[in-house]
Design a protein around this ligand. Structure first.
Ligand SMILES: C[C@H](O)[C@H](O)CC(=O)C(=O)O
Ligand SMILES: [Mg+2]
Length: 394
């Protein structure tokens, strides 16, 4: 039995927040002196937008079937990803049965391998893959999490990422992940400030609330080790993405160096089963954090998470909004989820990919019932008030 065939694939670009969640207005916590690999240059230290973190914008992929049913997805990638989708990837979908996601993924990946493998190209592949799963769910009138095997628990539990873990605690989250503000170029003074902020947060949230540091690739092994040791007495639960995602050897060393009980996490800028296999086989971390919109989409995440399961590793996707929620609810080795606080303060819970999605569920009291996902596909629609730009056609 075949489904309505795929008729059109279209790619659009959208500006302002949403899947490119770093594309925020002035004064947002997410652009306030956060340590990055570019912090070694004083002129790029205060703002990540100054070095172009939001240069891409959101990619929207739409896949329309012959019966008019349309699936869509958003990820980071903007105009260059729109080019790849329209001019290269669309050929592997049009005229095909949407249930053939394995073959479609394989053809998208291997046809682009000579210039792809990671980064922007895999973001584009992920966007197409997620739009395909959305279409499949809409054609079958089932939520994606049913297609992935169904819920293994009744609700999702979240930790919050943002500058105010103390408020996240009041809002019912199980933990708070702070952005690290100072990198190695800011010396011992910066290191002391990083530790002092954690100590201050610990005094506000008490002993049992999880506190983590997100280092956004800014450190080297020596600094990360010193930070981990200094933060141990303030109960740092994990140190995230401390060094370059290419430095598998450095992660393996860091994992050996951190105090017993502290977790090393990484993977949001890693992609595909091969990248994650490397992280796991080299024993780089305790938790892998694939971004569903960047790692290859749901089709690839299923392979990554099966590998992780066999190796006894947790999979806690980076951000990813509904694309994460539909996956996390179906996997035992994915026991909680991230919620990125996109309120500028961040003092309130607002939808993670606001304003691009309509019907995007948000945690209440740090939790989300599986039943909140009970709509066809990923259960969201594109906000018609958001302006779509289609830079290329085919
Ligand atoms: C807060 C981090 O610097 C980044 O913006 C988000 C991230 O890495 C995460 O949510 O994880
Ligand atoms: Mg992170």
């Amino acid at each position: 039995m075949s489904l309505s065939k795929i008729k059109h694939v279209r790619a659009f670009v959208v500006r302002g927040g949403g899947a490119d969640y770093h594309d925020q207005g002035e004064g947002h916590w997410i652009d306030d002196h956060i340590a990055t690999p570019m912090s070694r240059y004083p002129e790029y230290r205060q703002s990540r937008q100054s070095f172009g973190i939001n240069v891409l914008g959101t990619l929207v992929v739409q896949i329309e079937a012959e019966d008019g049913t349309t699936g869509f997805a958003v990820t980071t990638g903007g105009e260059p990803a729109a080019f790849i989708v329209e001019k290269h990837l669309a050929r592997f979908l049009e005229g095909r049965d949407p249930a053939e996601y394995e073959k479609i993924w394989d053809q998208m990946y291997f046809s682009t391998q000579y210039y792809g493998r990671k980064g922007l190209v895999v973001n584009a592949i992920s966007g197409v893959d997620l739009a395909l799963w959305d279409l499949l769910g809409k054609l079958r009138q089932e939520p994606v999490y049913h297609l992935l095997g169904g819920a293994v628990r009744d609700e999702l539990q979240f930790y919050a990422t943002g500058a105010r873990p103390d408020i996240a605690k009041e809002l019912g989250f199980i933990g708070g992940k702070l952005p690290l503000h100072h990198g190695p170029a800011e010396g011992l003074e910066g290191l002391h400030k990083n530790v002092a902020l954690l100590a201050d947060m610990r005094s506000k949230v008490g002993d049992d609330f999880w506190l983590m540091y997100d280092c956004w690739m800014a450190l080297d092994v020596d600094y990360a080790t010193r930070l981990a040791i200094a933060c141990h007495e303030h109960g740092l639960k994990w140190i995230e993405e401390a060094i370059s995602p290419d430095d598998y050897w450095g992660y393996a060393e860091l994992k050996r160096n951190v105090p017993k009980g502290m977790l090393v996490t990484t993977g949001e800028h890693e992609a595909t089963r091969w990248g994650f296999r490397m992280l796991m086989e080299m024993d780089c971390c305790d938790i892998i954090q694939p971004d569903v919109g960047w790692c290859g989409g749901v089709t690839e995440l299923l392979k990554i998470s099966a590998l992780a399961d066999a190796k006894g590793k947790m999979v806690v996707p980076h951000g990813s909004s509904v694309y994460s929620y539909h996956f996390v609810i179906t996997r035992h080795n994915s026991p909680f989820a991230e919620f990125l606080m996109m309120h500028p303060g961040p003092t309130e819970v607002v939808p993670m990919f606001s304003p691009q999605l309509l019907g995007e569920p948000v945690p209440q009291n740090g939790r989300l019932k599986a039943s909140a996902l009970d709509k066809p596909g990923f259960g969201v629609e594109l906000n018609p008030e958001v302006a779509l730009h289609r830079p290329y056609t085919h």
